[in-house]
Structure formats: structure tokens, C-alpha cells
Design a protein. Structure first.
Length: 340
């Protein structure tokens, strides 16, 4: 049986670390070690993790000076003994069948190095925010993942340990390191999809995911960095992403009552890719109308653990162009053929 090392980087996560750990302990895949990387916490995170470790030999707690999320994950990769690694943020949750289903998904795609599953957004009380996405992308997928982050969080993937050690998380950036890591995996290997909702991804206003302006800037920095590594169609995709992100930043700056910053962001978008920028402006206007008519998120539903893995929790529409997705899939097929 393949072994899995679950890696939980934790910094001042005392309010959630026990729930997160218990969701890892509840996995139906038995061959698992769980590494908690206490990344210089100043609260009770380490003590709570140590108390649980005393009751279950699968848990090992490693204390270190603060290195940030990427550094903590890399420490876990260095210490891992499993055939696969499974990152799990210290405020997220897993369905009990997550690892079992993802190992089966990897087995089904020859040569694949990573399997992702779908996720549900959860609030501070583990209640699901309805409308969870269910994208299916498999095989060679770099161009599709570059065009739209269909994995969308760091707690979803299961990765072969040899691939994780070949890539590692980039410790020089302080956000989006999980997306960069996944992109690098997708450049080199096929990926698989476990078609079920297996991760509870917590939305909190104090987290990076809850700070829209910071997240947009982090993505801009990632794509500008990736710009030098790509050519051809990938370069065109990056320019489009940058232009669209600048329009998102303009909206964010307007909401923060910084019209000068918004105007400059629009100017950068138009100079990067005028077509993509204009399209994004139209989409932002339509989005503003929709948000005026309905709440950004529906009221929370049932707790995460009440749902079956395949059970939908509300309507979801990707809003994506089938024609564009077909073009991206063609690019990925060509990249896969060239790799052989």
C-alpha cells in the first residue's frame, strides 16, 4: 500500500489546528504519517498538536523558527517518508475519503504526479458556503492551469513525493506559492482529478484569501515572474492574465476610494493586452450589476462533514468559453505529445 505524508504547516492556528488534525486522522487510507510543522507559533498551536501526537503515533510535531508557509511546507517535504505528500493548511478540513480517492485517481492516469479534488468553501464554524465548483481537468494541463487556477487552494492536491522534491515551494515569495508549485508540476507531468468534494477551504477575512488587494498583487507578481520562463501561447496567456488582474486591481482600488491607483491599473492593463483588458472591463461591469442584486455569498448551509463526497451544495456555472477551453486542451495535448 502506498504511504502518504500529510504536511500541516501551522502558525498561530490554535483555534483550528485540532479540527484540522482530526480530519487528517479520520482518513480511510491507513498508511499515513502526519507532520505538523509548528512554524514559530506564539500561541497554543504547538501544545495542542503535541497533545494529539501523544495519543496517536501517526502524528509528529516539528518545531522551527518562522520560515513562512513555503518554508514550513518544504520542511515537511524534507522530513517526509511517504510515497506521496498531501499539504493541508492548519485551518482547512478533509473529507475522510480524500487520500483514498486521490490515490485511485493518480493510478488511473499513467505518469501523473498530482491529483486534485474539488473543495467547498467553509466559514469559521465549518459551515459550507453554497455553490462549490466542480471543474474536471486531467492529463497534461499546464496551459489550462495557467489560464485559470482550477485547483484554487493549497490543501487540495496529493503529489508524488519525488515530484514535490524536484519542484519544492518557492520561499522567496510570500503568497501564491501553492499555485506556482502546482504550475511547475503541471509543466512536467500529467495530473489527475478525483471527482468529489474532498477539501473544506476556510474563508477568513484575516487570511490571504480574504484580502482581495493583496491576493491580486501576489498573482500579478507570480505571472510577471513566470513571464520570463514561457514563450508562445503560454506567454500570450500570461499577458491576458496580467491585463485581467490589473482590471481586478482597479476595481479593488475604486472600492478602497483610490481612483488614481485604479486609473493607473487600467492603463497598465490596456498597455499589456488591450483586448483582454476591454473584455475584463465589460465583465466587471456585469459583475457589479449582479452583486447589486444578490449577495456575494449565499447564507451558510450545513456543516462540511454532513455532505457526501459527490453531493452538490448549490448551483455552479464556470462561466467559461467552451471554445477557449477546447483551444487550451489542444495546447496541452501538443505539449504532452512533445514530452514523449
Amino acid at each position: 500500500m502506498e504511504t502518504v505524508t500529510s504536511i500541516i504547516p501551522a502558525f498561530n492556528a490554535a483555534d483550528t489546528i485540532e479540527r484540522t488534525l482530526r480530519s487528517a486522522l479520520a482518513q480511510t487510507h491507513g498508511a499515513q504519517e502526519i507532520l505538523v510543522i509548528d512554524d514559530g507559533s506564539t500561541d497554543e498551536t504547538g501544545r495542542i498538536a503535541e497533545a494529539l501526537a501523544a495519543t496517536d503515533p501517526r502524528i509528529r510535531v516539528i518545531h522551527q523558527q518562522n520560515r513562512g508557509l513555503a518554508g514550513a511546507r518544504n520542511r515537511g517535504i524534507d522530513e517526509a517518508t511517504g510515497d506521496f505528500i498531501a499539504p493541508l493548511d492548519a485551518d482547512d478540513l478533509w473529507h475522510p475519503e480524500k487520500l483514498t480517492r486521490q490515490i485511485a485517481a493518480i493510478r488511473a492516469i499513467p505518469g501523473s504526479a498530482m491529483a486534485y479534488g474539488w473543495f467547498r468553501r467553509i466559514d469559521q464554524d465549518d459551515r459550507v458556503l453554497p455553490g462549490s465548483a466542480s471543474p474536471v481537468v486531467e492529463g497534461w494541463a499546464f496551459h489550462r492551469h495557467l489560464d485559470h487556477n482550477f485547483i484554487s487552494n493549497g490543501s487540495s492536491p496529493l503529489i508524488r513525493t519525488d515530484a514535490a522534491r524536484a519542484i519544492r515551494y518557492d520561499e522567496s515569495i510570500d503568497a501564491c506559492e501553492d499555485y506556482l508549485f502546482q504550475l511547475e508540476i503541471a509543466r512536467r507531468w500529467p495530473i489527475a482529478c478525483a471527482r468529489a468534494y474532498l477539501t473544506g477551504y476556510r474563508r477568513r477575512t484575516t487570511s490571504m484569501s480574504g484580502d482581495a488587494g493583496r491576493m491580486i498583487r501576489a498573482h500579478l507578481a507570480l505571472f510577471r515572474r513566470f513571464h520570463a520562463l514561457c514563450d508562445g501561447a503560454a506567454l500570450a496567456i500570461i499577458r491576458e492574465r496580467i491585463a485581467r488582474l490589473e482590471i481586478e486591481l482597479a476595481r479593488n482600488r475604486l472600492r478602497r476610494r483610490a481612483p488614481g491607483d485604479a486609473a493607473r491599473a487600467i492603463g497598465r492593463a490596456l498597455s499589456t493586452d488591450a483586448g483582454a483588458a476591454c473584455g475584463a472591463l465589460v465583465e466587471e461591469a456585469a459583475r457589479a450589476v449582479r452583486r447589486a442584486r444578490e449577495p456575494l455569498f449565499p447564507p451558510p448551509a450545513a456543516p462540511f462533514d454532513r455532505y457526501l463526497p459527490e453531493e452538490a451544495d448549490g448551483a455552479w456555472n464556470s462561466g467559461r468559453s467552451p471554445r477557449r477551453d477546447a483551444w487550451l486542451a489542444t495546447l496541452d495535448e501538443a505539449a504532452g505529445a512533445a514530452s514523449h
